[in-house]
Ligand binder design. Structure first.
Ligand code: UTP
Ligand code: MG
Length: 596
């Protein structure tokens, strides 16, 4: 947790050259857009800066000399600059936005691809909300920087340069007087940025708290409601929400001071122009046109200055976001794939564990020195108390996690030398909790694989006995699965997951039997389905059903991470060891119920 807290607190520098270089590498494919945007920016900056100068000419050269034709020309020029500015502005906005969207599209794809490749170990330690935030919010703030931020910083700077240029060419002493407030502005901006930075860190931290709280409680809403914890949870939520509100108010406070202050400074510089410039006009050392042009330039000058402080925030947010994005991209929690993988071919399905040690966290072994062999075509049942390490055996056989010591062989080939995808082609796993995706029943069985035909899907469903209930659904195989299959019963979901495993026709089938008890009718259905699933392939079943266990060729008895007993049901009963005790405690009742 503390690690993630730090993540959200990353303030970063407002500008970090290394980060920026890496960010700009995403812009590279769109160099054309960037060049175009900068050119358009120069135009967009110069057009408004010319207008006060044109005003000055209009007043001094034409109004003063009562030259009506000249005045018309200037008016036409002014109109021309306005219209062309509008057109250029349109293209500028369009192209910069287009570029920004293209860039963040690339980044999102890269992020998603990266996350897909990460090992489950990563997801054990990272809340889902964080990963989602990276791909959505953080990428979005990069967009803001790419599309409006960076590019309009150019235009702001160009506008300021042009204004300086025109001011100093018209009257350098008045220019100096007008700009005399600038040092005060710099100092105020410096203070403002410092304060806003601190406030901003608070806002982010409390927002992250709010998000994780929401996520956790929406996910666990049934528990909250079941235990009538709504009031308590609301109180906790209110307190977090309150912290967030206060942090926001604090940050707004600095804005509320800074912007009026900038306004005040701009009013002072206007006052200075009228006082100093007006004096010069009275003494005839300055024309009225220049005075009016100066007043216009001052107004124009403060807008980009104000904008720049906002751009600073965009830049800072983007830097912090990119730091978090890159941190995720740099996370190398992969299950290692061998460099020259051995090809698994014509797999028969023999599985062997040789002195396997495994730990989720370094040093805390959950599997200790496990050795066993399952011949091709055999069914092995794993039994043991909860937490004994049954699911872990499966997690390492499918290489969701890598083992610490020992080796696992399939048909005599060390699976750590095999490409993960190759390995998983031969293994199907039916997990303890069924996971359905949004889509149709059909797509949930085939998992979108084009290799599996509709016929295979229906055959698989028929074999496991799911066909009948699917045909009773209004949409049949095209029935939409909503919200992880909330409208289906637990038993139905299980049958669908059996069909999914079968459709892939794996050589090795792994089944983590659900513990949840279901009605007798479905129970019988599932029993049959399991028999069908296991037929003709090597299977490992984490068994909770006595029938599955009794039919197994081999029973592996796990106890606190160790393999204590191996044998058939009868052999193990005769041994009167752990299995015998387990049987007395857990399975005997099932027999009693069945015989009734
Ligand atoms: P298992 O998940 O292998 O237990 O966890 P199991 O035998 O299948 O248990 P049931 O029957 O499904 O309940 C074995 C040990 O590994 C730890 C667990 O705390 C347990 O002590 N473990 C499991 C982790 O440390 N991290 C994990 O991600 C999963
Ligand atoms: Mg388990």
């Amino acid at each position: 947790m503390s690690d993630h807290r730090k993540d959200d607190e990353i303030l970063g520098k407002a500008y970090d050259a290394k980060l920026m270089r890496r960010l700009l590498s995403y812009v590279k494919p769109y160099k054309g857009y960037v060049t175009l945007a900068i050119l358009l920016n120069i135009v967009v900056a110069i057009l408004p800066s010319v207008r006060p100068y044109l005003t000055k000419i209009a007043i001094d050269d034409y109004i003063a000399n009562k030259d009506f034709d000249g005045l018309i020309t200037i008016a036409a020029l002014l109109l021309g600059t306005l219209l062309s500015q509008a057109v250029v502005q349109y293209f500028l906005t369009y192209f910069t936005e287009l570029m920004g969207q293209k860039i963040i599209f690339d980044i999102r794809v890269q992020l998603f691809r990266h996350v897909e490749r990460l090992a489950l170990k990563f997801f054990d330690k990272t809340p889902i909300g964080r990963i989602v935030t990276r791909v959505t919010n953080d990428v979005e703030s990069l967009n803001e920087m790419f599309s409006s931020g960076i590019v309009s910083v150019f235009s702001d700077i160009f506008v300021i340069i042009w204004i300086f240029f025109f001011m100093f060419t018209m009257s350098w002493d008045l220019a100096l007087v007008t700009l005399s407030v600038i040092p005060i502005l710099f100092y105020a901006t410096f203070l403002f940025r410092k304060k806003v930075r601190e406030a901003y860190r608070d806002v982010r931290y409390h927002l992250a708290r709010l998000n994780s709280y929401m996520q956790e409680h929406i996910t666990g809403m049934n528990v909250v409601q079941l235990f009538s914890k709504e009031e308590e949870e609301l109180k906790k939520f209110s307190s977090i929400n309150n912290d967030y509100k206060n942090a926001n108010i604090r940050s707004v406070f600095y804005y509320a001071i800074f912007f009026p202050f900038v306004e005040l400074l701009s009013a002072i510089s206007i006052g200075l122009i009228i006082w100093y410039g007006g004096g010069e006009v009275v003494q005839n050392t300055l024309t009225l046109g220049v005075l009016i042009a100066f007043l216009q330039y001052t107004e124009m000058f403060w807008r980009p200055v104000r904008d720049l402080s906002e751009k600073y925030n965009i830049l800072q947010t983007a830097m912090a976001s990119s730091e978090r994005i890159f941190k995720l991209l740099d996370d190398k929690t992969f299950v290692k794939n061998p460099e020259n993988p051995v090809k698994l071919e014509n797999v028969k399905g023999e599985i062997e564990f040789k002195n396997v040690w495994f730990a989720y966290n370094p040093g805390e072994y959950v599997l200790k020195d496990i050795s066993f062999k399952i011949n091709a075509g055999e069914t092995a049942a794993i039994v043991g108390a909860t937490g004994a390490g049954k699911t872990s055996i499966i997690n390492i056989l499918t290489r969701f996690y890598d083992i610490e010591k020992g080796a696992i062989f399939i048909d005599g080939v060390d699976i750590s030398k095999v490409d993960k995808r190759d390995l998983r082609r031969y293994i199907s796993v039916v997990l303890q909790d069924v996971y359905l995706f949004s889509g149709t029943i059909k797509s949930n069985i085939s998992l979108g694989s084009g290799e599996i035909t509709e016929e295979q899907i229906i055959n698989a469903a028929k074999t496991v006995g799911a066909h009948d209930f699917i045909m009773k659904l209004p949409g049949k195989y095209d029935e939409i699965v909503k919200e992880k299959g909330a409208t289906l019963s637990v038993g139905q979901k299980q049958l669908i997951s059996f069909a999914r495993a079968l459709a892939y026709n794996p050589k090795i089938l792994i089944l983590d039997e659900a513990t949840s008890s279901i009605d007798t009718e479905t129970e019988i259905l599932i029993q049959k389905a399991i028999e069908e699933l296991l037929r003709g392939r090597t299977s490992i079943v984490i068994a909770h059903r006595l029938s599955t266990i009794q039919n197994a060729d081999k029973i592996l008895v796990m106890h606190k991470g160790e393999l204590k007993e191996v044998g058939t049901h009868q052999e193990l009963l005769a041994r009167k060891g752990i299995y015998y005790k387990l049987y007395q405690l857990q399975y005997k009742d099932q027999e009693v119920i069945k015989s009734n």
